[in-house]
Design a protein around this ligand. Structure first.
Ligand SMILES: Cc1cc2nc3c(=O)[nH]c(=O)nc-3n(C[C@H](O)[C@H](O)[C@H](O)COP(=O)(O)O)c2cc1C
Length: 331
């Protein structure tokens, strides 16, 4: 998410069963062009991925006890998302970032006017041949086993959707709205299911749109037949969504504060994130007061007054077993 899915937030959601996280959309041209662009657009830490139990057999085949014996601990994944329309530039950016991430995603869903005019984002939904070339160019650089995925929107032009599914991407995320539809409109479930049918079980498909709880995610999965569910606004409002929490637990709030202080985070973004997470527990007056605060210390004092316990050192870094443990890094 542009502005929002930066390191502290990705680290936070990975502590609450979000298996795959994405960077905000990065413009491949700027990223490949300058060291400064890279520094401002991307930073990571080997701590930011969670660890999860992966069932090695389908749910319906074994009893719960047998399933437990056939599962293994895996590390979560970090995907860098780019906007690009030039194969060489996309390949350059991919080559620079691929040692630091577990996959690269090409954004074909951004509906904003400026992006469409630049012929990136949702403009590419109707250019499947160009998308195929972009994916191939990146794969030539990163190696063919490295995941290069695409994020698309549904499109009344079903032929294009089908061609995108067959464009060589390692997996596909499908936002169930067209590029003209606002996020307030309901998600088109048959539209997502069409992509799943085109994929014929050969390319994993992830459904995106209106996953506001773990229950809703399971229902979307059942209705569409996808292999995964992606949430954007739901996770902003409740970073513990995929762990089954109905609303942001206070421990997530204190953990986020700790992560922001450890990694460093601009105050306006810190305040916006907390505003999203606490939206449901503020009255209108409290929200107004919270938004008027102007410093980290002011926010922390206010939340402490409201009973949020601040974590001690170590709480954030060791809640789940991590597979490796070197410090933060940036490129
Ligand atoms: C603040 C914000 C930033 C977003 N940034 C991106 C982005 O960088 N890349 C992307 O593919 N989609 C982006 N999106 C779109 C979401 O990924 C998602 O497709 C859309 O919000 C619908 O999912 P939701 O109903 O779970 O929010 C963004 C959405 C929001 C609200």
């Amino acid at each position: 998410m542009v502005r929002f899915s930066k390191l502290p937030f990705r680290h936070l959601v990975s502590l609450y069963s979000t298996h795959i996280t994405h960077t905000p959309m990065i413009l491949a041209r700027e990223f490949s062009r300058s060291e400064l662009g890279r520094r401002s657009d991307f930073s990571t830490s080997t701590f930011e991925r969670g660890t999860f139990w992966l069932n090695e057999v389908p749910h319906h085949l074994y009893a719960p006890e047998a399933r437990k014996k056939r599962r293994r601990l895996v590390r979560g994944s970090l995907i860098a998302q780019f906007a690009a329309n030039d194969a060489k530039i996309f390949a350059d950016a991919s080559e620079l970032i691929f040692p630091h991430v577990d996959g690269i995603d090409l954004n074909l869903g951004c509906p904003q006017k400026w992006a469409y005019q630049e012929k990136i984002g949702s403009y590419l939904l109707r250019q499947p041949d160009q998308v195929r070339d972009l994916i191939r160019a990146a794969r030539d650089r990163t190696g063919w086993s490295f995941p290069i995925s695409i994020k698309i929107r549904i499109d009344p032009n079903l032929k294009c959707t089908q061609q995108l599914v067959e464009s060589g991407a390692s997996h596909i995320s499908v936002h169930g709205r067209t590029r003209h539809q606002a996020s307030t409109l309901p998600v088109d479930v048959p539209g997502i299911r069409f992509a799943v049918e085109c994929a014929k079980g050969q390319v994993p498909v992830v459904a995106n749109g209106d996953a506001w709880s773990a229950g809703e995610s399971a229902a979307i999965r059942k209705k569409t037949g996808v292999q995964g569910v992606m949430s954007a606004r739901g996770l902003l409002a409740n970073p513990a969504l995929f762990d089954g929490y109905e609303r942001t637990p206070m421990q997530a709030v204190s953990t986020f504060i700790r992560l922001c202080s450890e990694y460093g985070f601009p105050f306006p973004l810190f305040q916006r994130h907390l505003g999203f997470m606490l939206e449901g527990s503020f009255t209108r007056v409290e929200r107004g007061y919270f938004n008027s605060l102007t410093s980290f210390a002011g926010v922390v004092d206010y939340l402490e007054e409201r009973g949020v316990d601040m974590p001690t050192v170590g709480d954030v870094w060791t809640p789940t077993p991590h597979l490796d443990s070197s410090g933060g890094e940036g490129i």
